[in-house]
Design a protein around this ligand. Structure first.
Ligand code: SP5
Ligand code: ZN
Length: 348
């Protein structure tokens, strides 16, 4: 197994996060990626690889050009207007307001290109987000060269980022960018299995009208959990993409019996689709004890998850997403990968 990582991903460093009506330390920190990297090095000696660099065209395959331009210049514009802290969005064009407008000032622009208040643009967000996408691309390239599996330690995460917006700690849709890379390399059908606690609203949006990328997500019911406004079971795709989006929302408190059943259903549907490759948006914020989540998966459950995924017998790229119990993240990810590799070894 190769595990891709890029040090520049640690540079993004948000000062505070607005949560529960309070300013808190950000849940999504560089520390969690550093600790995960150490756990991977200990569990899989020699597996670590530096992410390669890729042309920006791979980002433009998935994201709007004006959004990519905005991400690159936003922090500079914010500082040029005399501000000193991180660039936070503050106002959104809801309901019948003029959502199509892109105001000229940075405060207006940052609102146009975002959807929620806990995620800011900081001095190094762009470089970290770009290297995170390149970390996913490096894993995809490994698959295109014939590897059975790879792990991409992406940070910041990606699945909440849409074609033209950031939020939920995400700026670039790493899994989506990797999926399109594999399509460009000749794969006909890609499945994305999203097991993060939260629904991947960005990934769903990007592929909603496509039948060549099947998005399947098991997540907390958006009736009670972020991102609230997408991720319901009746969202099944549109146009050519009808039938190629599958949401399986679960109630808070879900543990392995109900989670495992939902995962089996998801994997059966992916098996029927017969994808050339599988991308797993691997959030481990489903862990019991995660500060943002309400699911109750254990270390052993994560190994069961890995084994269940391996049973599909597809080329598989794991792309890291959420997971905020920083002392448990490494062990849980290693458990998924060991579950996958153990099951892979036991089949010829
Ligand atoms: C990639 C990813 O996992 N993004 C998650 C973004 C969630 N952002 C805000 C969640 C607010 C949850 N409220 C805290 C409840 C604490 N008990
Ligand atoms: Zn999450």
């Amino acid at each position: 197994m190769k595990a891709f990582f890029a040090r520049e991903q640690l540079l993004h460093d948000q000062s505070v996060e607005f949560n529960r009506g309070e300013l808190t330390a950000p849940y999504e920190s560089g520390k969690r990626a550093e600790m995960l990297f150490s756990a991977l090095e200990a569990a899989f000696p020699g597996a670590a690889r530096d992410a390669a660099e890729f042309p920006v065209s791979h980002l433009l395959d998935i994201h709007d050009a004006d959004y990519i331009g905005f991400l690159q210049s936003a922090f500079g514009e914010w500082i040029a207007e005399g501000r000193t802290g991180d660039a936070f969005p503050m106002v959104w064009p809801v309901h019948d307001m003029r959502g199509e407008k892109i105001p000229n000032t940075i405060v207006g622009k940052i609102s146009h290109y975002s959807f929620e208040i806990s995620t800011a643009i900081t001095k190094h967000s762009w470089i970290s987000a770009r290297r995170s996408a390149e970390t996913a691309l490096s894993g995809a390239q490994e698959l295109s060269r014939g590897a059975n599996m790879a792990f991409s330690l992406c940070r910041p995460p990606g699945h909440h980022a849409g074609r033209g917006y950031f939020g939920g700690y995400c700026y670039l849709n790493n899994a989506g960018i990797a999926a399109q890379y594999l399509r460009n390399e000749g794969a006909l059908r890609i499945a994305i299995l999203d097991v993060d606690y939260h629904h991947g609203n960005g990934t769903q949006q990007i592929f909603y009208d496509r039948d060549d990328v099947f998005y399947v997500s098991v997540h907390a019911d958006p009736d009670t959990d972020f991102p609230y406004f997408l991720g319901y079971a009746d969202e099944t795709g549109a146009g050519k993409g009808e039938g190629f989006n599958l949401n399986i929302p679960l109630s808070r408190g879900a543990a392995w019996p109900s989670y495992g059943e939902a995962l089996s259903h998801a994997l059966n549907r992916i098996g029927d689709y017969a994808p050339d490759a599988l991308i797993v948006s691997l959030g481990v914020d489903t862990s019991a004890g995660d500060p943002l989540s309400g699911f109750l998966l254990t270390r052993d459950d994560f190994a069961r998850m890995g084994a269940a995924i391996a049973a599909l017998q597809r080329q598989t790229l794991f792309v890291f997403e959420g997971g905020y119990a920083i002392n448990d993240v490494g062990g849980n990810v290693v458990s998924v990968l060991n579950g996958f590799l153990g099951a892979a070894h036991s089949t010829p």
